[in-house]
Design a protein. Structure first.
Length: 448
């Protein structure tokens, strides 16, 4: 008989926590998971999944326009925000139920309450009840950060974007990262006037420069405005329910919605880390070793709260590795090299491995192959937008160091190509592969 109530107590039922709980239970552990909001976490409830639905919904405006050259005419085509929003929210309900069912089917106890750590093996629930566990896994994720300026409380974060009462006519977006560029594309596609405001003159820091430039050029051509090296002074509420946004000491600009997308921080407030002596780093992220173990032997942490790589599939891998290590006697670590990523901007960006700049710094002697082309569908639709694919290779061996793409379906194509990059293949392996014609992806095996 265990001296603890549970073998594992997971705090947070997001991507990492759910995977860890389910798999640990399948290995025979007695598991409970506490969730203060909804099972599924950021990705499912207010992130990747509903965002992708908004991207799809928004992209129909271009598809309808392009349809003309394909012989289609549309009469009275209209967009209804509430219809899209409500359908997305009902899909989120479906996924929330599916995640809940999966946990229940694995005999994981779900406790829909906030939990606070009170000791190395002890957790206090919002109801006041205290439970004990041999291991505690922290998987509480991250939360949007708002810069501190007067009126910033009037601005929204991505959390609220899925619940807007109506489609805004004018949107100002603070930040130049993933969320800013994805929502800029969404609102632009849906007909809103969009301005992206960033503190530096760089969008999507970390992505290959040529792709960032290409996205910027295409976004400008689509009518999205950018203000660079610009800071917010204050936001004031207007009588007409909109806002006056003051930036860089200039006259105010009006907006119906101000979206702040300036990064996400580990959500450690009120978690009771100090009660067990769990250490965090200077960014507030929980410090863990390669097995996701904190400095307290019985407490582990996975996902965004550790700020290793803030991506859902990474959190899932960390949750899986935790369960294998702790409950299956099979120590596993996560390989963080060659993680593919995508920005669901319009067009999307997808990338794996080193950027050209990083490869030059690390390897010195590199070669860059690129293909700058107009997708057949865009050419036929008279859409000027061009795609750009880049392959970065080590000069002598031609081993692929990085692959970067912007263009329709880039994430769908790159996921498959990333397998080759991860496997350490060379450009020759791509050259040896016969093109699949006509496709955009064939450009990958036709680099000259
Ligand atoms: P990002 O880290 O992508 O971008 C943050 C942006 O905000 C940058 O442009 C940065 O500017 C700017 N910024 C940072 N701090 C401040 C500040 N104090 N004041 C003003 N501007 C600031 O953050 P997001 O919020 O867009 O996304 C959060 C995380 O969510 C991402 O890191 C990503 O991991 C994840 N995510 C992933 C998605 C995907 O995989 N497709 C989609 C959405 C989110 P600068 O670069 O100039 O320093």
């Amino acid at each position: 008989m265990s001296k603890y109530d549970y073998d594992l107590f997971v705090i947070g039922a997001g991507s990492g926590g759910t995977r860890a709980a389910r798999v640990s239970a399948s290995y025979g552990a007695k598991v409970a998971v506490a969730e203060e909001y909804r099972v599924g976490g950021t990705c499912v409830i207010r992130g990747c999944v509903p965002k992708k639905m908004l991207v799809y919904g928004s992209h129909f405006s271009e598809d309808l326009e392009d349809g003309k050259n394909f012989g289609w005419t549309w009469q009275n085509a209209k967009f209804d925000w509430t219809k899209l929003r409500d359908h997305i929210l009902s899909d989120v309900d479906r996924l929330n139920n599916a995640y809940t069912e999966t946990l229940k089917n694995h005999d994981v106890e779900i406790i829909l309450e906030r939990a606070e750590i009170v000791g190395p093996h002890e957790v206090k629930l919002a109801s006041g009840k205290t439970v004990t566990a041999k291991y505690i896994l922290i998987a509480v994720g991250a939360w949007p950060v708002k810069p501190d300026f007067p009126g910033s409380e009037l601005a929204q974060t991505s959390n609220e974007m899925f619940h807007l009462e109506k489609l805004p006519k004018k949107v100002i977006i603070a930040g130049g990262g993933y969320i800013a560029n994805e929502f800029a594309g969404i609102f632009n596609g849906l007909g809103s006037e969009v301005t992206v405001v960033n503190r530096s003159d760089v969008i999507l820091r970390g992505y290959d420069e040529s792709l960032r430039d290409r996205l910027l050029q295409i976004s400008l051509a689509k009518g999205i405005s950018y203000k660079f090296n610009c800071t917010f002074d204050k936001i004031e509420q207007r009588d007409d329910s909109g806002f006056d946004v003051y930036m860089d000491g200039k006259d105010p600009v009006q907006a119906d919605v101000v979206l702040i997308a300036t990064g996400r921080s580990p959500k450690i407030q009120g978690l009771g880390l100090e009660n067990a002596g769990v250490e965090t780093n200077e960014k507030g992220a929980i410090k863990v070793d390669e097995y996701s173990r904190t400095n307290v032997d019985s407490i582990y942490a996975v996902g965004d709260v550790t700020d290793r790589v803030q991506l859902t599939p990474v959190a899932i891998r960390e949750g899986q590795a935790f369960a294998d290590t702790v409950f299956n006697n099979d120590p596993k670590t996560v390989d963080y090299s060659c993680i593919p990523s995508a920005v669901f901007s319009q067009p999307p960006i997808a990338s794996v491995g080193l950027t050209e700049g990083e490869a030059r710094t690390q390897y010195g002697n590199i070669k860059v192959y690129s293909s700058d082309f107009r997708a057949m569908r865009n050419a036929f639709a008279d859409r000027p937008e061009r795609s750009l694919y880049k392959m970065i290779v080590e000069a002598t061996s031609e081993k692929i160091l990085g692959l970067h793409m912007i263009g329709p379906d880039a994430p769908e194509i790159l996921q498959a190509a990333a397998i080759a990059v991860k496997a350490g293949l060379t450009k020759q392996a791509f050259d040896d592969t016969v093109a699949l014609h006509p496709s955009m992806a064939e450009e990958l095996v036709l680099f000259k």
